[in-house]
Each structure stands twice: as structure tokens, then as C-alpha cells.
Design a protein around this ligand. Sequence first.
Ligand SMILES: Nc1ncnc2c1ncn2[C@@H]1O[C@H](COP(=O)(O)OP(=O)(O)OP(=O)(O)O)[C@@H](O)[C@H]1O
Ligand SMILES: O=c1ccn([C@@H]2O[C@H](COP(=O)(O)O)[C@@H](O)[C@H]2O)c(=O)[nH]1
Ligand SMILES: [Mg+2]
Length: 235
Amino acid sequence: MWRRAASLSPFISSSGSLIRNHQTAYNFKIWESFTTEIPTQVKGGKGPFICFVLGGPGSGKGTQCAKIVKNYGLTHLSAGELLRREIASNSEYGTTILNTIKEGKIVPSEVTVSLIQKEMESSDSKKFLIDGFPRSEENRAAFERIMGAEPDIVLFFDCPEEEMVNRVLNRNEGRVDDNIDTVRKRLQVFKALNLPVINYYARRGKLYTINAVGTVDEIFEQVRAVFAALKLVTE
Ligand SMILES: Nc1ncnc2c1ncn2[C@@H]1O[C@H](COP(=O)(O)OP(=O)(O)OP(=O)(O)O)[C@@H](O)[C@H]1O
Ligand SMILES: O=c1ccn([C@@H]2O[C@H](COP(=O)(O)O)[C@@H](O)[C@H]2O)c(=O)[nH]1
Ligand SMILES: [Mg+2]
């Protein structure tokens, strides 16, 4: 079971933003909630530790998640990967999901939450890294309602749009949505629907903003600082 051994380190701001003077790519407001409360679930609640990983398309979520898994042993659930797996398995929702992804839109919450739920409930893990979800306030509400849980922390990989577009267009993994038209649509959806979720978690004092520009290792040092400051340890 997970617990947090000590209170937050002073170098992480109480708003939950790691980098105090970092100009965010989207200039969104990081709310100064001044909370140093330890989230209930980390404090000793019975639920698993949940970390949501958010950021625009190509901001480096998947890349950093791989490093988090390697260093901290969390179970990685990428919502996008679960949806792509559904398409590949020719499930009843496959065609709808494929068309939604091609359009850069958001798959209905019930579908995504049910895929995440299945993975969480069939796992023995007590610590989950949920990558690329929730994409909208509706996603967030559905997760809370269906799972009866909230994330303990939320990592936000904050990256300028030009950099995200370059990364996506150079990814070369054969994804149907890695083209300029879909990326533009994904960026619009990100700004309209995902930034409000990010702001919501900032207001709740759960958000840790990572400057996603730099080398993979430089960025991971910021992530490491978050985990170190939270002193999350397994019992
Ligand atoms: N810091 C970095 N500098 C340069 N390239 C990077 C960096 N981090 C990741 N990349 C590359 O950028 C591309 C996108 O990274 P990644 O797949 O991790 O992003 P993502 O946020 O998961 O994107 P998506 O939301 O589209 O799944 C990949 O080709 C990855 O290798
Ligand atoms: O919760 C989610 C996650 C993803 N989608 C759709 O999948 C693509 C790709 O997702 P990545 O996280 O970038 O791999 C995304 O653009 C959405 O179309 C979703 O609907 N809901
Ligand atoms: Mg990804």
C-alpha cells in the first residue's frame, strides 16, 4: 500500500506548480490554492494511488511515463493505447473509436472509463499512472462517478504548440492521427476541453506543471523532483 512519508518539500510551490517562474505555454492560470494538505488517498485511504498524466499531443507524456514506470514501478495505463487496442481487436466500438481518433475528437467517456476500469480492476497494482486521460470535464466526472476515485496528483507536461507539432510529425509510429490536419484538430480539442481539466486540478492543489521543453532526461529530472518531494513510498 502507498503512503506519503512526509509533507511537501519547500521547493515545490504550494499551488502544486513545480516551476514557479516558468511561463506556461498556454499562459493558463496556476491557481494559488496554498494547500499543503496531503490528499486523502495518499494519507492512508484504501484506494490505489492514482497519477493522471496530461499534456497536449506530442508533449512527451508516453516518453516520460516509460521512465516513471522504470524508476518508480507504477502501472502505466495509456487511454490512447487502450483505445487503439480496442480498434485492433475489432471490438464493437472499433470503427467508432477509429473515426473519432482520426478526427482528433474524444471518444465517449463510458467507453474509455470502462477500458481503464477493466485494467485497474484486473491488476494487483496499487499505483497507477493514467496517461492522456481525462481529456474533458465530462471524462473527469465520468471517471469519478464510475470509479468512485480521484487522482492523488496530476502531472501536466506543458509544451509550446510548435514543438508538439514537430514531435508528432516526426514520431513515425504509423499512428492514423499523426498528420498535420489531425494534429491541428487535436490541439483545438486540447485547448477547449483539456485545459479546463488541468485548471480544475490546479485549483484543487493537485497539479504539478513540468516544463516539457528540453531533453528527455532534463524533463525527467523535474518529474523525479515531484516524486522525491512527495516521498511516495511503498509499504
Ligand atoms: N523531450 C523531448 N525532446 C524531443 N522529442 C521528444 C521528447 N520527448 C518525447 N519526444 C518524442 O516526441 C514524440 C512524441 O512523444 P510522446 O509519444 O511521448 O508524446 P505524447 O504526449 O504521449 O503524445 P500523444 O498525446 O500524441 O500520445 C515521440 O517521437 C518522442 O520520441
Ligand atoms: O481518454 C482519451 C484518450 C484518447 N482519446 C483519443 O485517442 C487519441 C490519441 O490519444 P493519445 O493519448 O494521444 O494517444 C486522442 O486524440 C483521442 O482521439 C480519447 O478520445 N480519450
Ligand atoms: Mg502518448
